[in-house]
Design a protein around this ligand. Sequence first.
Ligand SMILES: C[S@@+](CC[C@H](N)C(=O)[O-])C[C@H]1O[C@@H](n2cnc3c(N)ncnc32)[C@H](O)[C@@H]1O
Length: 294
Amino acid sequence: MKTTGANDIVGSLSPASLPDRAITYAVDLARSVSRLILRRIERTRDKVNSEYNLLHWQNVLSSKAWIKAADLGAFLAPPNSNESLRKVDNQILRISGGKYYRYRIGALGELIARHCGDTRRIVELGTGYGYNLFALHLTHPDWTFKGFDISPNGIAAGREIADHFALSDKISFGRIDLTDAADPSLAEIEGETAFTYFCIEQIPYDVRKVVENIIAAKPKRVINIEPTTELLDLTRPRDLVSLVYIRSVDYQTQLFTTLDELERQGRIRIIARERMPFAPNINNDGFLYCWEPI
Ligand SMILES: C[S@@+](CC[C@H](N)C(=O)[O-])C[C@H]1O[C@@H](n2cnc3c(N)ncnc32)[C@H](O)[C@@H]1O
């Protein structure tokens, strides 16, 4: 199906040619194989802290790009003419970063609205600095959002951005460690619709624990959007590229099997299963399960 606004932005683009895809996949595969052989690092808590809290979110916090942006839309999708292969409406296209991120705002809004039922309150677990929540605000300005993350720098950046765009009453942030059953913020999920977006990928050794902690918090509904090796179709070249990439960066590989097992045990009801129609690259598109505790 077409996602909201996709035609306006990418309608004139055609799928990437076979040679373009073949070269891109081969280069990506070679990079992942060399990472696997030479410097594969276990995705421990320290590794995630140094990659996200101390690097990506620290850079976001110190660059303060929102101050220079004309508005929230320009902050989320700044002009960027660098083209690369990306997944757009289930097709692999060569498209600029600027166009992709403008399209993604509409596509994410359509996706979450389709799965969240009639709620107007959304929680994101592992939100970083809240990129997804700010994007959702653009398509659903009447909704309110809460974002939780383990990273102090992500939370600090999210709060500054909300403040800058006068959105602190609509988008708020707090700290959570999803691996800790005693974390007080887990209580804030009770009765809410919560989603994860490429968060559980970062916690490969605690997937079962994280899922149990979320169930125990009694959310109304959960939408997990995460990459995985579990659901790849290894007869397709791009899925083979994804498999080697995910192994080389040590992302999670058990979430969807765990959810299927919990459904068989009668502990959750899975409402939807689908593959993500968009991704910023060719090697790591997510899968979506939408479910409710029973
Ligand atoms: C790949 S980023 C995704 C951020 C955001 N969902 C997005 O799409 O922009 C993964 C996030 O998960 C967070 N995270 C990792 N381990 C966590 C944990 N145990 N509890 C809560 N958040 C965690 C990281 O700090 C990071 O912000």
